[in-house]
Write a protein of this length. Structure first.
Length: 187
């Protein structure tokens, strides 16, 4: 009986410690993801105000990857944007864990959950070791319709065709999940 109580106590303490650890990792991931999203949104708005929607393509093509690369170097974590409908296969193709989460995000949104609140996190064991994984859904903002919507202006379409010959990231409406910010933190 003592062994069972001791085992149950150890299991409770372990799960409590893991929950605290997961909560801490989640807070730290949000503290990286949210400022990135705000900074990216501001860069897009500035580009649109200065040169129209065609200018915003450069933000997503050049500035966003530079931002994620810089954050990744600073933190030692892998920060990226992923989607099931990829615009740039080199930077946006989700791995198996990310694909599963994106599919779950779509199901949650279909059940009425607001895209802005959807996220997922867990500690996973992979061949390279344990990692903390975090994803935060990216809801398509009204200003992004010109590049990701159904009625894309001709100048934007020409720029997208030139920069992204294999583009799949269109057909969205405002508020839909466009993809996610993904963080992978080695433990």
């Amino acid at each position: 009986m003592k062994k069972i109580i001791l085992f149950a106590t150890c299991a409770f303490i372990t799960s409590s410690v893991l929950a605290d650890e997961l909560s801490q990792y989640q807070s730290e991931a949000r503290a990286v993801a949210m400022p990135f999203l705000k900074k990216l949104g501001a860069a897009n708005q500035q580009a649109v105000s200065e040169g129209g929607h065609e200018s915003a393509v450069k933000v997503c093509k050049d500035i966003a990857p530079a931002m994620t690369s810089e954050i990744s170097r600073q933190t030692g974590w892998k920060l990226t944007r992923v989607s099931l409908k990829v615009r740039n296969p080199l930077f946006g193709t989700p791995d198996a864990w990310e694909q599963k989460q994106l599919q779950d995000f779509a199901a949650r949104a279909a059940q009425g959950e607001k895209a802005e609140t959807i996220e997922a996190s867990e500690i996973v064991s992979e061949p390279a070791g344990k990692s903390y994984r975090f994803m935060k859904a990216i809801a398509l903002q009204p200003g992004c319709i010109a590049c990701h919507g159904t009625a894309i202006p001709e100048d934007v379409k020409a720029r997208l065709d030139s920069d992204y010959p294999h583009d799949q990231a269109t057909g969205y409406s405002a508020g839909q999940i466009r993809g996610a910010v993904s963080i992978k933190r080695p433990l």
